[in-house]
Design a binder for this molecule. Sequence first.
Ligand code: ZN
Length: 108
Amino acid sequence: MRSPNLTTRQQIMALLREQLHSARDLAAVLSIPEREVENHLTHVMRSLGRNSQLRFMMEHAFCHRCGFLFRERSRLTRPSRCPRCRSEDIASPRFGVEGRTPKGAKVS
Ligand SMILES: [Zn+2]
């Protein structure tokens, strides 16, 4: 379901603010190739680096079999195989956008 009033990137931002999504989820929702989603996510991540209100979140991919966490991985799509146990049952990395705590605000 695509809204004609928003750009793809704006739609991705809106989706990421609601909850965590993998690149594959976003590709399915927006009916665009996963590689295109990855491209948009890279830009979103870069632009949010300079944003004082919002923060880009990334949940690392992990292996379902042995629990290996792909901490070092910078690519946004799912790794094909676990380097530790060789399993191909890998959970996709997921992304989200959340508000930053404003400077000087009291944490309740
Ligand atoms: Zn593994």
